[in-house]
Design a protein around this ligand. Structure first.
Ligand SMILES: NC(=O)N[C@@H](CC(=O)O)C(=O)O
Length: 427
C-alpha cells in the first residue's frame, strides 16, 4: 500500500497540519512531518473531513442497471466525498431476503469504491402486507441494521409496530418513507398555490405529517428506533421537535434539494424537479434549515435517485420521481449551511451521525492517529459548473445542471486508499 503525506491540510477548518496515511490508518498527525517513500499531497487551503456517509442512496442494482449499478453509484459517491452509502431496498428483485442483500453487499466490496451497506426491505416485495425476513437479513454477511420500504410507506400501523418490535432485538432501525398513500393518490407535486395554478394534483403536507406523528408514538410505545427519511415540511419538524423532547428514539434526515429548491420549480414543467416527497414551499425550506441547525433534523441524506432519460425526459405526469444527488450534496450543503453549521457541523450531519445511525463503526470517526483513514479533502474556494454529462453516475437527472456551485471534493480516501485524487476517480 502506498503511504500518503498530506501537507498543510485544515482538519475541519482548524489550523494547518500534516497527516501521514499508512496501512489504512492515520499513522501520524502534526507539523513538519516527513515520511520516506510517501506520495506527497500539497493540501494547502484544503479542508479534511471524515469521509461522508449517505444513509439514503438508490443504486438500482439488481434490476435497473441501465440507470445505475453498484459500481457506477459507488464511483459517484466517492466523487462526492462519500466513503460509505446505505443502498435502498427498492431494487428488482427487492432486497427483502438474505440472498439479495448479500448480492448488493458483495458487489459493493468488489467495486471497492465506498462501503456499501445494504438496507433491507421491511415488507415482502415492498407490498406492505407481510414482514420480510428481517432476522435472516440481519444475520447475513451483510449484517443489515436499517430496514426500509423507501419509495413506499409502511402504512399499516400493525405491521409498522411489529417491524419496530422485531428490529429492537438487534438494535436495528426502521427508516420510514412517511407518506399516507390514501392522501397522495394521483399526486404530482406539493399541494398548494403553485399546484392549484398549474392544475396538478397535490401531495399534501399532512400525508407526511400524519405518518410521522403515528410512527413516533409507535416508536415510543415499543421503545424502538425510528428513522424518518427525507423530511420535507415545517409541520413534520414540529412533530419531531415534540417527539425528541419526550425522549422518543427518533432520528430524521433532510435532503440537499429540500434545503434549497421549492415547488416554484414545477412551473417549468421540467420533470427533473419531480421528486418524492415533492419540493415544498419557501417557508418549509426555512423551517428545515432551522431544524438542521437545532438538531431536530439530525442528518443530511441525498436520496440519490438515478433514472434513465426515458424515465425522466417525458411528460411530467409520466416521469419517475427522483434526482441524482451524490456528487452535488456537499456543495449544496456548503452553499446553504456552511455559515451556520461550520465544517464541524457539516461533518456531524454528513458523517458522524449517519455512521452512528447505520452502525458503521469504521466511519464517521474524528481524524486522529490510529483511526481508519476514511477521509475527504475539500477545496472550499473552488467553484465548479454542474455538467450532467460529466457526472460519474450513470444517470443525468440532476436539478443543478448549468449551475455554478461552491466547494469541490479533491480527494477521497477509503481505508487509506484513494478512490478520488486531484478531483478524478482513481478507478
Ligand atoms: N425519492 C424519489 O423521488 N424516488 C425514489 C423512491 C421514492 O421515494 O419515490 C426512487 O427510488 O426513485
Amino acid at each position: 500500500m502506498t503511504t500518503y503525506l498530506i501537507k498543510g491540510v485544515s482538519v475541519l477548518g482548524g489550523p494547518a497540519t500534516d497527516l501521514v496515511i499508512r496501512d489504512g490508518v492515520v499513522a501520524q498527525m502534526g507539523n513538519d512531518l516527513s515520511a520516506v517513500d510517501a506520495r506527497e499531497i500539497d493540501a494547502g487551503g484544503l479542508v479534511a473531513l471524515p469521509g461522508l456517509v449517505d444513509l439514503h442512496t438508490h443504486l438500482r442494482e439488481p434490476g435497473r442497471e441501465d440507470a445505475e449499478t453498484v459500481e457506477t453509484g459507488s464511483r459517484a459517491a466517492a466523487m462526492g466525498g462519500y466513503t460509505a452509502v446505505c443502498a435502498m431496498a427498492n431494487t428488482s428483485p427487492v432486497a427483502d431476503t438474505a440472498g439479495v442483500v448479500e448480492q448488493v453487499w458483495r458487489l459493493g466490496r468488489e467495486a471497492g469504491l465506498v462501503d456499501v451497506q445494504p438496507v433491507g426491505a421491511v415488507t415482502v416485495g415492498l407490498e406492505g402486507t407481510q414482514l420480510a425476513e428481517l432476522g435472516a437479513m440481519a444475520d447475513s454477511a451483510a449484517q443489515v441494521r436499517i430496514f426500509s420500504d423507501d419509495g413506499h410507506c409502511v402504512s399499516d400501523p400493525r405491521l409498522m409496530r411489529r417491524a419496530l418490535e422485531y428490529v429492537k432485538a438487534f438494535d436495528g432501525v426502521v427508516a420510514q418513507h412517511a407518506e399516507e398513500p390514501r392522501l397522495t393518490v394521483g399526486a404530482q407535486m406539493h399541494e398548494g398555490e403553485v399546484a392549484a395554478g398549474l392544475g396538478m394534483t397535490g401531495w399534501p403536507a399532512v400525508a407526511e405529517e400524519s405518518i410521522i406523528a403515528r410512527d413516533v408514538l409507535l416508536a415510543e410505545h415499543v421503545g424502538a428506533r425510528l428513522h424518518v427519511c427525507h423530511v420535507s415540511t415545517a409541520g413534520s419538524v414540529e412533530i419531531l421537535r415534540w417527539a425528541k423532547r419526550r425522549g422518543v428514539r427518533v432520528t430524521a434526515e433532510v435532503t440537499p434539494h429540500h434545503l434549497l429548491l421549492t415547488d416554484e420549480r414545477a412551473t417549468s414543467y421540467d420533470p427533473v424537479f419531480k421528486v418524492n416527497p415533492p419540493l415544498r414551499t419557501a417557508s418549509d425550506v426555512a423551517a428545515l434549515r432551522t431544524a438542521l441547525i437545532e438538531g431536530v433534523v439530525d442528518i443530511i441524506a441525498t436520496d440519490h435517485a438515478p433514472h434513465t432519460l426515458e424515465d425522466k425526459e417525458c411528460e411530467w405526469a409520466y416521469a419517475r420521481p427522483g434526482m441524482v444527488g451524490l456528487e452535488t450534496a456537499l456543495s449544496i450543503v456548503v452553499d446553504v449551511a456552511l455559515d451556520t453549521l461550520g465544517w464541524d457541523g457539516i461533518a456531524e450531519r454528513m458523517s458522524r451521525t449517519p455512521a452512528r445511525i447505520a452502525g458503521l463503526t469504521d466511519h464517521g470517526l474524528d481524524i486522529g492517529v490510529g483511526v481508519p483513514a476514511n477521509i475527504t479533502l475539500v477545496d472550499p474556494a473552488a467553484r465548479w459548473r454542474v455538467e450532467p454529462a460529466d457526472l460519474a453516475s450513470r444517470s443525468r437527472n440532476t436539478p443543478y445542471a448549468g449551475l455554478t456551485l461552491p466547494a469541490r471534493v479533491v480527494a477521497t480516501f477509503l481505508r487509506g486508499e484513494p478512490t478520488v485524487l486531484d478531483g478524478k476517480a482513481v478507478k
